[in-house]
Design a protein around this ligand. Structure first.
Ligand code: UGA
Length: 433
C-alpha cells in the first residue's frame, strides 16, 4: 500500500518505518526542512532501540522516503496518518492546532478516496472535527479513522510489530477493509484488531493511559503507607501481582510516573470530564499524588543533612523519565535537580543517554562521563532512573568515592539486606520502617 505519514515525531517515525518494514511504500512529511534533509541523508532524529536498523534498511530499499511537501507526500496515498503533536494548552486540554491545520490543508489537494487516520492522542470528538475541516474544502470521498497508538518508548518497535491489540474507531466498512489489510501482517498471532466507533477509540487511549497511571499511583500510595506501618512494598507487589485479575506489570512504586504521555493524558482526560460537567475524582487524586511523589526524597535528604544542603555535593544517577530513552519530558529527575539547586547544593549527574537534553535546562550542573565519576567527593547519591547499569554497581568503589555512604533511591534498585551488609545508609520507596 502507499502510505503518507504527516509528522515525523516519535510516533510518526516509528509508524512510518515499521509500515515500510512490512512492505508498504511510505512517505513521511514534516514541515521542519532541516530535519527532513537529515533524514534524507539517513540520519535518524530520535533514539529508539532497534529502530535504526529498520530505518536504514527501508531507506536503502526505497520504501521509506521523506519530504516537506504535503502535496507530494499524499499523492496516490491510500492511507494518510496524522501523527502530529497535541501539546497541552494552558487549561490542560490537548491543543489541536497542528492536526486541524493539516486537515484544512488536505481538503484542496485530495484526489482519490483515502483513509485518514488520527494516530495522535486526541480528545473525544477530534475525528469529527478533522472530518469537518477536510470536508469544507473537497468533494472527494474520504474516511477519518481513529487509531490510537499504544507504543512504549524504549520498546516501541516491538510494540508496533507485535501489538497486543490494535484499536480502530470507524463505522465505515470501506475504511475497515483498508485498515484490516494494513494491520494483517502485524496481528498474525491472533491478536485482535478491535473495531468500534471513533469516539470510543479516542476514549480507549485516554482510559488505557489513565488506568496505568492509576495503577502506579495506587502502588505509590501503598508504598507511602508501608513506610508508616513498617511493611515492604516489594512483597506487597509480589503478593498482589500474582493475582491475574491485578497483573504483575506497572506495580513498581517509585518517584512517580513521567514522560510525554501519562501526565499529559491524565490531565487532558480530567479536562474533558470537566468540560462535560463530570467531576472525575480519581483522575484528580492521581495528579495530586503524583505531583508530591516525584520529590518525596528531598525532605528525607534534607532531614539527613539537618536541613543544610547549601554547599553539599549531591550525585545523581539517571535523568531520563525511564530507561532506554533520552526523553526527559516530565522526568522526575528535573524537579528534584531544580530543588537541589535552589537549596544551594552542587549537583553532579550521569545518565547514559539523556545528558545532552538536560544541559540546555541546567547548564550550571556538572555532567560526568561515567556513573562513578559523578560520585567523586559527593556527599550523597540520588537515583532517579532505573538504568540496568545502576543495578549491580561496584559498591566498594562507590564507598571509596562517596564522602558519605548514603543513597536515596527513587527506583528501589537494591535489596535492603545487601545495603545493610555493604554498610550504606539507604533510603528507598515504601521499604523503610
Ligand atoms: C505510555 C504507555 O505505556 C503506552 O502504552 C502509550 O502508548 C504511551 O504512554 C503513549 O501514550 O504514547 P511511555 O510513556 O513510553 O508509554 O512509558 P511507560 O513505560 O508506560 O512509563 C510511564 C511512566 O510510568 C514512567 O515514568 C515510568 O517510570 C513509570 N512507571 C511505570 C512506574 O513508575 N512504575 C511502573 O510500574 C511502571
Amino acid at each position: 500500500m502507499k502510505i503518507a505519514i504527516i509528522g515525523t515525531g516519535y510516533v510518526g517515525l516509528v509508524t512510518g518505518t515499521c509500515f515500510a518494514e512490512t512492505g508498504n511504500e511510505v512517505i513521511c512529511v514534516d514541515i521542519d526542512s532541516a530535519k527532513v534533509s537529515r533524514m534524507q541523508n539517513g540520519e535518524i532524529p530520535i533514539y529508539e532501540p532497534g529502530l535504526k536498523v529498520l530505518f536504514d534498511r527501508n531507506i536503502e530499499e526505497g520504501r521509506l522516503k521523506f519530504t516537506t511537501s504535503l502535496k507530494e507526500g499524499i499523492k496516490d496515498a491510500e492511507i494518510i496518518f496524522l501523527a502530529l503533536p497535541t501539546p497541552p494548552g494552558e487549561d490542560g486540554s490537548a491543543d489541536l492546532k497542528y492536526i486541524l491545520g493539516v486537515a484544512q490543508d488536505l481538503g484542496p489537494i485530495l484526489e482519490n478516496y483515502v483513509v485518514i487516520v488520527d494516530k495522535s492522542t486526541v480528545p473525544v470528538g477530534t475525528a469529527e472535527k478533522v472530518r469537518l475541516a477536510i470536508q469544507k474544502n473537497t468533494t472527494v470521498q474520504f474516511d477519518v479513522v481513529s487509531n490510537p497508538e499504544f507504543l512504549r518508548e524504549g520498546v516501541a518497535v516491538d510494540d508496533f510489530m507485535k501489538p497486543e491489540r490494535v484499536v480502530v474507531g470507524t463505522t465505515s466498512e470501506r475504511a475497515k477493509r483498508v485498515i484490516e489489510n494494513l494491520y494483517a501482517p502485524l496481528v498474525r498471532q491472533g491478536n485482535p484488531v478491535i473495531f468500534m466507533d471513533e469516539r470510543s477509540a479516542e476514549m480507549t487511549k485516554y482510559a488505557a493511559n489513565s488506568f496505568l497511571a492509576m495503577k502506579i499511583t495506587f502502588m505509590n500510595e501503598i508504598a507511602n503507607l508501608c513506610e508508616k506501618v513498617g511493611a515492604n512494598v516489594d512483597d506487597i507487589r509480589k503478593g498482589i501481582g500474582t493475582d491475574s485479575r491485578i497483573g504483575k506489570r506497572f506495580l513498581f512504586a517509585g518517584i512517580g510516573y513521567g514522560g510525554s504521555c501519562f501526565p499529559k493524558d491524565v490531565q487532558a482526560l480530567a479536562k474533558t470530564a470537566d468540560d462535560y460537567g463530570y467531576d472525575f475524582k480519581t483522575l484528580k487524586s492521581i495528579m495530586a499524588v503524583n505531583g508530591v511523589q516525584k520529590t518525596k526524597l528531598i525532605p528525607i535528604l534534607e532531614d539527613y543533612f539537618n536541613g543544610e544542603l547549601e554547599g553539599k555535593t549531591i550525585a545523581v544517577w539517571g535523568l531520563a523519565f525511564k530507561p532506554y530513552t533520552d526523553d526527559i519530558r516530565d522526568a522526575p529527575a528535573l524537579e528534584n535537580i531544580r530543588k537541589l539547586i535552589s537549596a544551594g547544593a552542587n549537583v553532579t549527574v550521569y545518565d547514559p543517554e539523556a545528558m545532552e537534553n538536560v544541559k540546555r535546562i541546567f547548564p550550571q550542573i556538572t555532567y560526568c562521563h561515567t556513573a562513578y565519576a559523578a560520585l567523586d567527593e559527593a556527599d550523597a547519591l540520588m537515583i532517579f532512573t532505573e538504568w540496568p547499569q545502576f543495578r549491580t554497581p561496584d559498591f566498594e568503589k562507590m564507598s571509596r568515592l562517596l564522602k558519605e555512604k548514603v543513597i536515596f533511591d527513587g527506583r528501589n534498585l537494591y535489596e535492603l539486606n545487601l545495603m545493610r551488609e555493604q554498610g550504606f545508609n539507604y533510603f528507598s520507596i515504601g521499604r523503610d520502617s
